[in-house]
Every structure is written in structure tokens, then in C-alpha cells.
Design a protein around this ligand. Structure first.
Ligand code: ADP
Ligand code: MG
Length: 312
């Protein structure tokens, strides 16, 4: 089967969310053992991944060093983190496959995701990124044109547009590599956000794209059979955090849409995963939300929250 695995924060950062290099190596090495097991089982695997903590660190450097070196925009942050995380995945996955005697090549592709210049997200930035700052410090960045919001006690935080992903522009390259037997990593951090200019050229934009929504789009573009959203909980849960909490197993598309509409899935975390899972299921695929260590079982068995495409 062709499987797209979207790796969450716990695959790339330490248990405490640390993005220190050693913590990232350890997390990725651990994650790649699970990915190697999936590849060993004979599946064609595409990986995508988040980059929140890594971009957060670049933004802190931007702030602290702005008087010495020019701050870099978010499309550059995306490109840089795709490079670094992609590199670590290559090293760790190659080693994990070699240990298992699995002869598959690996590649990591710098990937752009097309968004619409007229996306409503650009008029009203909503996605909080980076660290909290006191107004006195945030003001310098506000003067540079950034949008910051008062978040009360914690301080001020930058918000950026989070436009809808329309197309992963590297899909053709990825098809070619998959057909040649590669395990590929692509569209990290939701992909580098680019818009089409009136001249037809591409231009990077200061925005971030939700990695789970891009994962659903990429799974569709690559004709994947299964989208696995690998996170740190075994299921999406109804009444999460309440005494009535109930894990969701196999579920129909309409039933899951109803739960989403009822607000069971938090907007900054489980919400986009469920939305991504719904989108891919609507396009005719099978979506699973579960933990990283169960990804092989998610493809072959019946674990996690499973949304099947409706039978036509
Ligand atoms: P990732 O870093 O893997 O992309 P997130 O941390 O963004 O994942 O989202 C996973 C988290 O979502 C879980 O650890 C859990 O705390 C939270 N969450 C919020 N609502 C729910 C829910 N209804 N069911 C399960 N988990 C939920
Ligand atoms: Mg997380």
C-alpha cells in the first residue's frame, strides 16, 4: 500500500518539547525505527512532518540578532527546517533500514505549497507562533510590520496567516521517486508557502500552512491508500479531558463530521488532524489518527481512530 505518514512533534522534539539538537536526533532516531518497520512490511512510504518548535527557535534568533543580521521570513524558516529535519530523517532512516537489511533508498525534497494570495487568512492572521514577549520588545517587531496580539498574563504573541494549502508543487517529483522505489520526505511544516504572482511566477509569503492539512492534500495528490496522522495519543477522543472521555475507534465519515461540528477537537491540536482525516476520507482514502509506535498496525490492522472513505 502507498502510505503517507504525517509525523507530529513527538517524532522530532524531546518529551519536554525541547528542540535542542541532541533531543531532535534522539526523537528522530526513535521515530525512524517505527517508519523502518512500516517500510520493511512492504509499503511505499511518504513522510511529512511538523516544524513548530524548530521555526520557533529561528524566530527567537531573528529577534535577538536583528541588529546584526537581517531577520529571515517564514518561507525561509520553512525551507531551512525542511533541510535540517530532512537531513536528520535521511541519516536516521537509512541506518534503521540498514539494520533491518531493507534495501530501499531514501530522499528528502524541499517542497513548496501553493496558497491563494486572496486567502482570507492573509487579511486576518490567526496562527500564533514563536515566544511570548512583553509589549516593549514586541513593539519593535510590530514597527517592522508584524502582527502581535495581547495574550494577557503571558504577554504578547505574534500571529501569522495560515492559508489553505491548494497544491504541493513537488508532487510530480515525488511520483517519480516513489515509482523508483524511494522512501521520500516532503512538504515538511506544511510546505514552504508560495503564491502565484500576476506574471505567473512564484513568490514566498510570510505565512505558515497547517502540516496536517497539507498531509491530506499530498496524500490525495500522490494517490495514497492510507493517511496516517502519527501523534502522541492513540485516538481522537470525545469529551477529551472530561470524566466522560471516550476514545473513537472506527467511525463513519458523517458521524465524525458531526463530532467535529460539536467542537470535540481543539483547534490548535486535534482539530486540524480530524479535519485532515475527514478531507482525505472524503477524497476516497482511509485516514487513521494514532500514535507513532502503532503506524504499521494502523496500516495493516484496526488501531486508532479510523475514518474510511464512504463506499460508493
Ligand atoms: P502533533 O505535535 O503530533 O502534531 P498536537 O500536540 O498538535 O500534535 O496534537 C495532539 C494533542 O491534541 C494531544 O496530545 C492532546 O493533548 C490534544 N487533544 C486535544 N483535543 C483532543 C481530543 N479530542 N482527542 C485527543 N487529543 C486531543
Ligand atoms: Mg504536539
Amino acid at each position: 500500500m502507498r502510505v503517507l505518514v504525517a509525523l507530529g512533534g513527538n517524532a522530532m522534539t524531546g518529551p519536554d518539547g525541547s528542540a535542542a539538537p541532541q533531543a531532535q536526533w534522539e526523537a528522530i532516531r526513535g521515530a525512524m525505527e517505527h517508519v523502518a518497520r512500516l517500510v520493511e512490511a512492504g509499503h511505499d512510504v511518504v513522510l511529512t512532518h511538523g516544524n513548530g518548535p524548530q521555526v520557533g527557535n529561528i524566530l527567537v534568533k531573528n529577534e535577538l540578532a536583528a541588529h546584526v543580521v537581517p531577520p529571515v521570513p517564514l518561507d525561509w524558516c520553512g525551507a531551512q527546517t525542511q533541510g535540517t529535519i530532512g537531513y536528520m530523517i535521511l541519516v536516521a532512516l537509512e541506518a534503521a533500514l540498514a539494520r533491518r537489511g531493507v534495501d530501499r533508498k531514501v530522499a528528502a525534497i524541499v517542497s513548496r505549497t501553493l496558497v491563494d494570495r486572496d486567502d482570507p487568512g492573509f487579511a486576518r492572521p490567526t496562527k500564533p507562533i514563536g515566544r511570548y514577549l512583553p509589549l516593549a520588545q514586541a513593539q519593535k517587531l510590530i514597527d517592522h510590520g508584524e502582527t502581535w496580539q495581547d495574550r494577557g498574563e503571558k504577554g504578547w504573541r505574534r500571529v501569522v496567516p495560515s492559508p489553505e494549502p491548494l497544491e504541493v508543487l513537488e508532487a510530480h517529483t515525488l511520483h517519480t521517486l516513489l515509482d523508483a522505489g524511494y522512501v521520500v520526505t516532503a512538504a515538511g511544516g506544511g510546505g514552504i508557502p508560495v503564491v502565484r504572482t500576476p506574471d505567473g511566477d512564484l513568490e514566498g509569503v510570510d505565512a505558515v500552512i497547517d502540516k496536517d492539512l497539507t498531509a491530506a492534500l499530498l496524500a490525495e495528490q500522490l494517490h495514497a491508500d492510507v493517511l496516517v496522522i502519527a501523534t502522541d495519543v492513540p485516538h481522537a477522543v470525545l469529551g477529551y479531558g472530561t470524566p466522560e472521555a471516550r476514545p473513537i475507534g472506527r467511525v463513519g465519515l458523517e458521524e465524525m463530521e458531526k463530532y467535529a461540528a460539536e467542537g470535540h477537537f481543539a483547534s490548535g491540536s486535534m482539530g486540524p488532524k480530524v479535519e485532515a482525516a475527514l478531507r482525505f476520507a472524503r477524497s476516497g482514502g482511509r485516514s487513521v489518527i494514532t500514535t507513532l509506535h502503532q503506524i504499521t498496525e494502523a496500516v495493516e490492522g484496526d488501531v486508532g481512530t479510523v475514518i474510511d472513505a464512504p463506499r460508493l
